[in-house]
Design a protein around this ligand. Structure first.
Ligand SMILES: C[S@@+](CC[C@H](N)C(=O)[O-])C[C@H]1O[C@@H](n2cnc3c(N)ncnc32)[C@H](O)[C@@H]1O
Length: 441
């Protein structure tokens, strides 16, 4: 537990979802807390042992209900990505973003605390925010996971256009990355970014194929790596001051004989090591992610407009390429990805296309009906050709189940009720595997 903590009013009281969009403070000894959560499976039970789940309900309620009714978390969550309301004090068409600050902090802390015991040993938790709350959220994450669990603060370039009316035209969000095992241990199981083989060149028609190159030097003074190298033009070179050659002289001679050393500037430049595709290590991710690699909010909106040409667009979607990078770094195929602020369903869609198991919760039933369900149906049917479909060679297939979790507090009306969602599901005819028992019984 960190010595320095953020304090806020009602920090020691619990906060629970109430009705469709509200929250209420609840004393820890409130007897209503022991009422079971009403959990309903809206699709037919499936046969598969590993199930993807779309849950309609408050994220905290969903975690608690799934934990007690299913085995879905038994193997441990490998990645949590959450993109909660940022508390910008602006309301969006699909959800309110004007919480009282204490409530927002308690809301976040309780969800992170509920996720913590469900994590696998090599899990990571990525929390996507902007400047409204990111500095406070980082203190909350220090408190929940420990300061030593902090891995990185990723700056994502969310837009390319400039707002000329603002003091600064903010064009980034921040994604806080924590790994309870600590960055050193987590590093041993995270994936590196794939090097773009299209950037390899074959400048000397090497029959082994195109190659990249790296300086043939290493930092520091090492006696065995201080010798003279003669370039093809006859120049005699020694390592730059304070550095050594990359390898000892016998190794250099072997590499030279194997045509693995390249001298630029027509044979006059310093030696470089040729690296073929199979020898290239992946890249350690930077903490600044540009829009060219990971897309923008507008790219995400354009994708949704392609999927739903007749709909008004979801206000705050994240691009599939951003999720693809996060899921690639943090998981391997088959591992469990969890998002408890599902929005338009980007995490579910990308995890599905990448062959990961997923659990996604979204509280707003209308968002589920308008976006998540029809989007996932297109992913399963193979008719969503946008986002990362091409990059992941996605052709369609797979399955998911839909559950509804009713909050303990407050009342639900209209489209928030399980019967309404069930009717929509049959109208959509979401494909189901009916053949046997699943994790959801
Ligand atoms: C910023 S959006 C997420 C956008 C999403 N990443 C995407 O790409 O579409 C936040 C979402 O969280 C949902 N939400 C807010 N409070 C929630 C809660 N307590 N439990 C579950 N979902 C919630 C909102 O309805 C909204 O759809």
């Amino acid at each position: 537990m960190s010595e320095i903590q953020l304090v806020w009013p009602n920090k020691h009281v619990l906060l629970r979802a109430s009705g469709e969009t509200g929250y209420e403070w609840v004393e820890p000894n409130d007897c209503r807390l022991s009422d079971p959560l009403s959990f309903e499976l809206l699709t037919a039970p499936g046969r598969q042992t590993r199930t993807n789940i779309l849950a309609v309900g408050d994220g905290l309620d969903v975690l608690q209900a799934l934990k007690s009714h299913t085995r879905v978390f038994n193997g441990g969550i490998r990645l949590v990505y959450i993109d909660p309301p940022f508390n910008t004090q602006v309301n969006f068409r699909q959800y309110l973003d004007t919480m009282n600050r204490s409530m927002w902090l308690s809301m976040m802390r309780e969800r992170l605390m509920a996720l913590r015991p469900l994590l696998a040993d090599d899990a990571s938790v990525w929390v996507h925010l902007d400047d409204a709350e990111v500095h406070r959220a980082r203190m909350v994450m220090d408190e929940v996971f420990g300061e030593n669990a902090f891995v990185a603060s990723v700056v994502w370039q969310k837009k390319n256009s400039r707002d000329s009316r603002a003091a600064f035209s903010t064009n980034h969000d921040t994604i806080l990355v924590y790994a309870p095992s600590g960055p050193k241990q987590w590093k041993t199981s995270r994936n590196l970014l794939v090097k773009d083989n299209a950037l390899l060149l074959n400048r000397d028609n090497d029959p082994r194929g195109p190659w990249s190159d790296a300086p043939f030097t290493a930092p520091g003074y090492r006696r065995a790596q201080q010798y003279e190298i003669v370039t093809p033009t006859g120049q005699i070179l020694r390592p730059p001051r304070g550095r050594s050659w990359y390898a000892t002289e016998p190794t250099y001679r072997d590499l030279l004989a194997d045509d693995r050393i390249w001298f630029p500037k027509g044979g006059d430049g310093s030696p470089r090591l040729k690296l073929f595709a199979h020898q290239l290590r992946g890249l350690v991710p930077f903490t600044v992610w540009g829009s060219t690699d990971t897309g923008t909010n507008d790219d995400a909106k354009r994708h949704l407009m392609e999927l739903f040409p007749d709909h008004e667009v979801f206000d705050t979607p994240k691009p599939e390429s951003l999720l693809e990078r996060i899921i690639h770094i943090a998981t391997n195929p088959g591992q469990l990805v969890v998002d408890i602020f599902g929005g338009s369903g980007t995490t579910a869609a990308v995890a599905h296309k990448m062959g990961r198991q997923w659990v996604v919760a979204e509280r707003n039933a209308q968002t589920v009906l308008d976006f998540v369900l029809p989007r996932l149906k297109q992913v399963l049917d193979g008719t969503d050709t946008g986002g990362v479909t091409e990059a992941t060679s996605w052709k369609g297939g797979g399955n998911f189940q839909v559950v509804h979790v009713t909050p303990r507090f407050g009342k639900l009306t209209g489209s928030y009720r399980p019967e309404t969602i069930k009717r929509h599901l049959s109208a959509l005819s979401v494909r189901r595997d009916r053949s046997a028992a699943s994790e959801l019984e």
